[in-house]
Design a protein around this ligand. Sequence first.
Ligand code: ZN
Length: 192
Amino acid sequence: MALLEIRLFGDPVLTQKSDPVTRFDAELARFGDDLLETLRYAHGAGLAAPQVGVLKRMFAFDIPPDEETGEHPFGVLVNPVITRWEGEQDGEEGCLSFPGLYYACKRAMEVTVDAVDVRGQPLQVEGDGLLARCMQHEIDHLDGVLFIERMSRGDRKRALKQWREREFDLEFEGIAPHLHRSDLTIKPDKTL
Ligand code: ZN
């Protein structure tokens, strides 16, 4: 397995639309493993293929285990489509392509996602709370939509200003060293 370089806001790949996956081979399975490994290394809850520069409709997710139920949803979804939305949640959200920025975003409280796995086998994931937020955020990435577009106008201005002021500090060599800078706090339960 290999760690992949996480692209940061400003990289044009993040605003492009990804293509459906049509080839289900060993290379795709390996890429799925790398995506999940990179997500875990970066301490996020979700990571979409375009965030590592690959315009394929797929993402990895790894939601922190529920302390009461022990439930721990993680995996890789390919060609995901939201088929059901319900309710609303409003809470802090972050993105591995904007490390250290957290702003309120409105999302559906529950969603159902139809997808296939890396072998092309159909699967359905129903989620609420963070899992639902994560799947909506990652599927937005596949359409080139970033979370700043889901914020209020005021927050978007503040986020872009915060980002501009920060970017001169960011050094980006190889694999995401910015994620380990002491001045950045990555919240594992909010970074998608
Ligand atoms: Zn993101």
